[in-house]
Design a protein around this ligand. Structure first.
Ligand code: IMP
Ligand code: MG
Length: 188
């Protein structure tokens, strides 16, 4: 059998944590909740690059309310090991209509909570009409700052996961499921 790039990636996965089917039903449920709540709003889906690309793409296809999309890119430093880790904005919004927009920040995973708590405050301070957040995955046991997302897909244990947009060293984003990496991959 031909060894494909995908099957090479599969070899580094210790276990599949969330299957394609479970991802699909989770995103369907979130899209229903969001569509119900945003019927009378002016929704702007804000995809946080790069990890949320796949989730955001699947989510927007299932929404039944009108929306616009936009992207921001952030990076966090000193995360989890150093307290006071700060967030850097690498790509900012270039819009003048935030006062008319109900922003829904779309995040792949919440870990310490720093990224989303910083971003939601930043967007509110910049005049957005409303700011809420949806995360596909949540690791509540890792929280360093109090942050509760408005919509949450699945709670997962404290394990490093990849796939469905999530990466390790920029790899594994293209896997269609969410899996736990084999420990030897980190130490290679
Ligand atoms: P927070 O600011 O600590 O909540 O970090 C959230 C960001 O950390 C996410 O957007 C991801 O980019 C990254 N991250 C946290 N946990 C994981 C993981 O298990 N796999 C891949 N990326 C992760
Ligand atoms: Mg991310």
């Amino acid at each position: 059998m031909k060894v494909t790039h995908k099957s090479q990636l599969d070899k580094d996965i210790a276990k599949v944590l969330i299957s394609e089917e479970e991802l699909d039903s989770t995103v369907t449920r979130l899209a229903e909740e969001i569509s119900r709540d945003y019927e009378d709003k002016n929704l702007l889906l804000l995809c946080i690059l790069k990890g949320s690309i796949v989730f955001c793409g699947d989510l927007m296809k299932k929404l039944t309310v009108p929306c616009e999309i936009d992207c921001m890119k952030v990076s966090s430093y000193g995360k989890s090991t150093v307290s006071g880790g700060r967030i850097n904005i690498i790509l900012d919004l270039q819009r003048t209509d935030l006062s008319e927009r109900d922003i829904l920040v779309v995040e792949d995973i919440i870990d310490s909570g720093r990224t989303l708590s910083y971003l939601t405050e930043y967007l509110s301070l910049n005049g957005a009409r409303s700011v809420k957040s949806v995360t596909l995955l949540d690791k509540p046991s890792r929280r360093e700052v109090d942050f509760v997302p408005d919509y949450r897909g699945l709670e997962i244990p404290d394990e490093f996961v990849v796939g469905y947009g999530l990466d390790y060293a920029e790899g594994y984003r293209t896997l269609p499921y969410v899996g736990v990496l084999k420990p030897e991959v980190y130490t290679k």
